[in-house]
Write a protein that binds this ligand. Structure first.
Ligand SMILES: [Fe+2]
Ligand SMILES: [Fe+2]
Length: 251
């Protein structure tokens, strides 16, 4: 199902990927809808994507019935549309890590219908249940990830990114282009916090991973991305969004 450049596809058990290809960045921007008694939207996309994302949601359920909008860190593509989704869904709460809500939501004047979550906290949507993981410095200090327990699905935001216009589900090993992209855009200050989170994720018996950029994939493919993150260097080394701003000598 496509709306202009935005398409919506069910991936698994009531989880839908809403994907918009953005040529200037060379990646897709994916939002995820969980259809349930309390429907959840995981990331909103940038402010200007509100209309196509809302139209895509409307193919599955009434966007005015959204129960929560989740932001996994405070950044334009994660929550740039939050004010518009909140105003069109009167029962909708803004959900983020405790740090995102305490520092950013409150600092930006958002104090109503907001909730911060800590590591290990859960949220029931009806049939689906979300569990929160605080993942600081992957890639912002307020970062968190979410696991949906009934489908054993991970929402890792910008971790496990793949470039290009990827289909809803990818089976191809795109771990090398992932590493190249991280090195070119410089979103991680260091490998350490990422590898620490990867160690935690490995203990969760995940079945699905739903990255914000690229396609979703199942466990066998995921293990290849994990291996690449363990073995390759991918932290910032002077390149920012493809532009060299400093020469950093290897350690
Ligand atoms: Fe980000
Ligand atoms: Fe992102």
């Amino acid at each position: 199902m496509a709306t202009d450049d935005t398409r919506i596809d069910e991936i698994v058990g009531g989880i839908y990927r809403i994907s918009t290809w953005q040529q200037p960045y060379g990646i897709t921007f994916n939002q995820f809808l969980i259809a349930d008694e309390r429907p959840a939207l995981i990331h909103t996309g940038m402010h200007h994507l509100f209309e196509p994302v809302q139209k895509a949601i409307a193919q599955v359920l009434d966007p005015a019935k959204l129960g929560c909008v989740l932001l996994l860190h405070w950044e334009g593509d994660e929550n740039g549309g939050m004010d518009r989704f909140m105003s069109t869904a009167p029962g909708c709460e803004l959900v983020g890590s405790q740090l995102s809500i305490q520092l950013n939501a409150s600092g930006f004047g958002l104090t109503q219908r907001v909730r911060g979550f800590r590591d290990g906290d859960t949220l029931d949507l009806g049939k689906h249940k979300l569990r929160f993981l605080e993942t600081p410095h992957v890639h912002h200090w307020d970062s968190m990830m979410v696991v949906e327990e009934t489908t054993r699905s991970l929402f890792p935001s910008d971790l496990f990114i793949q470039p290009a216009d990827q289909p809803p589900v990818v089976t191809e090993d795109l771990s090398a282009p992932m590493i190249d992209l991280y090195r070119a855009v410089g979103i991680f200050a260091h490998e350490f916090p990422v590898r620490h989170v990867v160690d935690r994720l490995e203990k969760l018996d995940l079945a699905w991973v739903h990255p914000m950029h690229g396609g979703s994939f199942e466990r066998p493919a995921w293990l290849k991305y994990v291996k690449a993150l363990r073995e390759k260097e991918f932290a910032y080394h002077g390149m920012l969004l493809g532009r060299e701003i400093a020469k950093i000598a290897p350690m």
